[in-house]
Design a binder for this molecule. Structure first.
Ligand SMILES: Cc1cc2nc3c(=O)[nH]c(=O)nc-3n(C[C@H](O)[C@H](O)[C@H](O)COP(=O)(O)O)c2cc1C
Length: 210
């Protein structure tokens, strides 16, 4: 399992520029412990409602990384199925992870995880992270992406355009008995039905334009 090299463990405090735009001046609403330690100060905390992107595009088309674990031990995988919305009056993410994924083990162990979006860039990296398993070697090094820690104990990537820090609220395994369209079962020749994780979106970090 990959350990983040010391050089990639930025400890710089993320300097929030409250004058950068009125939309971003919301740091007081964010619990201090959830501020991100990014290598360069080019990420700002925004509210989930301020995400302007089309979720069908950024998840289904651009793809995302689901990353669980902390800077000492973590894993990540590409995902293109999932959603963002509202549940129990909370801002929520819906992620689907097959139990056969190494990332599943980290999702099970940890309370926090991140969803990382790259705005359509780094597709080569996402293809590697979506076709190789962290169980078999350090696939992250192969991608050239730079892991960075998110306080209080999660990991994302410096190259991100948008990062959602999520706290697990609920999980449920998909039950084929509930498939109303029999075609759906064709996605599961190994019967490894996804576990759905509902995460509360705790913080959102958006890359500022350079
Ligand atoms: C575009 C793309 C989308 C994917 N979406 C999902 C997904 O939503 N859920 C899932 O369990 N696996 C998904 N995968 C497969 C995992 O990313 C892949 O099996 C990965 O190698 C698992 O890595 P791990 O074993 O290190 O966790 C996707 C793969 C690709 C290329």
């Amino acid at each position: 399992m990959p350990r983040m090299p010391p050089a990639l463990q930025p400890k710089l405090y993320f300097p929030l520029d409250l004058n950068a735009g009125t939309n971003h001046a919301i740091i007081n609403l964010i619990p201090k412990q959830y501020e991100v330690n990014m290598k360069k100060g080019n990420f700002l905390t925004i509210k989930p409602e301020q995400i302007n992107d089309n979720t069908f595009k950024i998840i289904g088309g651009d793809w995302m990384l689901i990353t669980a674990g902390n800077e000492n031990s973590f894993n990540t995988m590409t995902a293109s199925w999932g959603g963002l919305g509202i549940l129990w009056h909370k801002k929520a993410s819906f992620s689907f992870v097959r139990p056969t994924r190494y990332t599943y083990e980290f999702m099970e162990k940890d309370d926090l995880f991140t969803l990382t979006f790259f705005g359509g860039k780094h597709k080569d990296a996402l293809n590697i992270l979506g076709s190789k398993s962290g169980r078999d070697g350090d696939k992250i090094s192969e991608t050239g992406l730079t892991p960075v820690s998110v306080e209080p104990g999660a990991v994302t990537f410096q190259e991100a355009e948008l990062v959602l820090l999520c706290k697990k609220l609920y999980f449920q395994d998909l039950d084929p008995k509930h498939f109303l369209d029999p075609e759906l079962d064709s996605h599961y020749p190994e019967k490894d039905y996804h576990r759905m994780y509902v995460g509360e979106v705790i913080s959102v970090f958006k890359k500022m334009d350079n």
